[in-house]
Design a binder for this molecule. Structure first.
Ligand code: SAH
Length: 433
């Protein structure tokens, strides 16, 4: 069977994999073995699955494949703790994912967060966002979403760990100059050693080479609008959560939306409770509609009512993302308006200085303006976090990727990213040619 007709196994739930294996005349336990190889041992090659008969491995190689993503480019911040990967999809479209490492602190054990795309491109056309400029190519499949996480999970603790440590400032110039980066060498090692606890059954533990991933959090805030691709996004959440497989707790996953009401209501009714982040960006409908055309369909009053309903139903705090754009939405009066809107809500505001994009004259405000905005919210009792810039040097490197020549194919790459986002790393890439 050609690769085009072959089944992408990451698109299948365990139940679907059982059916697929049955179609090959294989019993259900074989499907469970393959599933564990995929999500627990993080195998990316049938030949590694050595508890399967050789003939079955060969057959699987003909009728199925394990990977729908081809990594094209990796951009790494100088501290080695933030990296963006540009993936090519089987149909030639491209998406980006970001890995962000956070050091263990007094109140946390450290995090290893993957930010995934849910669509190639985006239809929402927010004025400040580079992804929207290219329009929507298509929805990603659940497999393409899940594989972004598996990709980084596979990198740990082997190649990425080695590279991270060897590239960390303490190991190179930093060590020589006695400088400290914000994540010490020891902290990196501890972070990477802390793996998500899994409930290994005896059978699962018996899988040779099984390695739990070090990924602690997944955020659906890369390219695209997750709630406009609800089915695949939710299938990815369930797949990543499955205790028989990857086993990532629902509370370790966050879906970021521009405010698609039907999707928010649907999320509120799901059994698994993930975190909800809503991109607000303006305290009134007129300005919001200028920044985010989708706001014309879902005005603030209805959106916030749905968010209240979400936290009432789930008991969970909603996060609001608020980009700060100089002279547009960042005055103290607008902060007061925002505080009034959110009064009494179980919520948290993430303030994110705009990451400027080439197509727009907008810039982030100066630090004083940002602090004044934060102060106004804090004074009114709104829990607020100011997201700091992260991996900005990756952006600098982005320009260098433009019109990159790779010998056989000429790939012009434009990457505009806001790795400044902390919780919500933003990724956008347009690949031409
Ligand atoms: N469509 C979803 C998820 C993808 S965008 C959403 O709107 O939430 C993820 C986050 O990045 C959103 O909060 C989005 O508003 C933000 N973002 C988009 N462009 C940005 C830019 N130029 N600078 C900083 N953040 C940006």
């Amino acid at each position: 069977m050609s690769q085009n007709l072959a089944v992408t196994l990451t698109n299948l739930s365990l139940a679907q994999l059982v059916e697929f294996m049955a179609s090959l005349g294989e019993p259900a336990y074989r499907a469970r073995q393959v599933y564990r190889w995929l999500y627990r041992s993080l195998a990316d090659d049938f030949s590694a699955m050595h508890n399967l008969p050789a003939a079955l491995r060969a057959r699987l190689g003909e009728v199925a494949h394990l990977g729908a993503l081809q990594p094209l480019t990796t951009l790494t911040a100088a501290d080695g703790l933030t990296r963006k990967v540009l993936f090519r999809l089987a149909d030639g479209n491209a998406i980006e994912s970001v890995l962000m490492l956070y050091a263990p602190g007094n109140d946390s054990r450290g995090r290893c967060t993957v930010c995934v795309s849910t669509q190639a491109g985006c239809a929402l056309d927010c004025a400040f966002c580079a992804t929207g400029k290219g329009g929507l190519m298509r929805n990603l499949t659940a497999g393409e979403i899940v594989e972004q996480v598996l990709y980084f999970a596979r990198q740990f603790p082997s190649s990425l760990r080695a590279e991270t440590l060897s590239r960390s400032p303490e190991r190179s110039e930093g060590a020589a100059k006695g400088q400290r980066s914000n994540l010490s060498h020891g902290a990196t090692v501890r972070l990477l050693r802390r793996s998500t606890p899994r409930n290994d059954s005896q059978e699962e533990a018996a899988v040779p080479g099984a390695a739990a991933s070090t990924i602690t959090n997944v955020i659906f805030a890369g390219m695209g609008e997750p709630l406009a691709n609800y089915a695949a996004t939710w299938a990815a959440v369930e797949r990543l959560n499955d205790p028989a497989g990857f086993g990532l707790g629902a509370r370790h996953m966050t879906i970021s939306t521009a405010g698609l009401l039907p999707g928010i209501r649907r999320l509120a009714g799901e059994k698994l409770q993930v975190n909800l982040a809503v991109s607000l960006h303006a305290p009134d409908d007129v300005l919001r509609a200028q920044l985010m055309p989708i706001a014309r369909r879902y005005p603030l009053a209805a959106l916030l009512a749905a968010c209240r309903e979400y936290s009432d139903k789930t008991g969970r705090r909603v996060s609001f993302e608020y980009l700060l754009i100089d002279g547009v939405n960042s005055s103290p009066a607008q902060a007061r308006q925002l505080a009034a809107l959110l009064e009494g809500m179980l919520c948290h505001v993430n303030l994110i200085p705009l990451n400027p994009i080439a197509e727009s004259p907008w810039r982030p405000p100066g630090h004083e303006v940002v602090l004044a905005f934060e102060r106004e919210l804090a004074r009114r009792g709104i829990a607020t976090t100011l997201r700091s810039a992260r991996g900005v040097e990756i952006q600098a490197a982005c320009g260098q990727l433009r019109a990159r020549q790779d010998g056989r194919t000429r790939t012009a790459v434009t990457v505009q990213g806001s790795l400044a986002v902390g919780l919500l790393g933003l990724l956008q890439a347009i690949v031409l040619g």
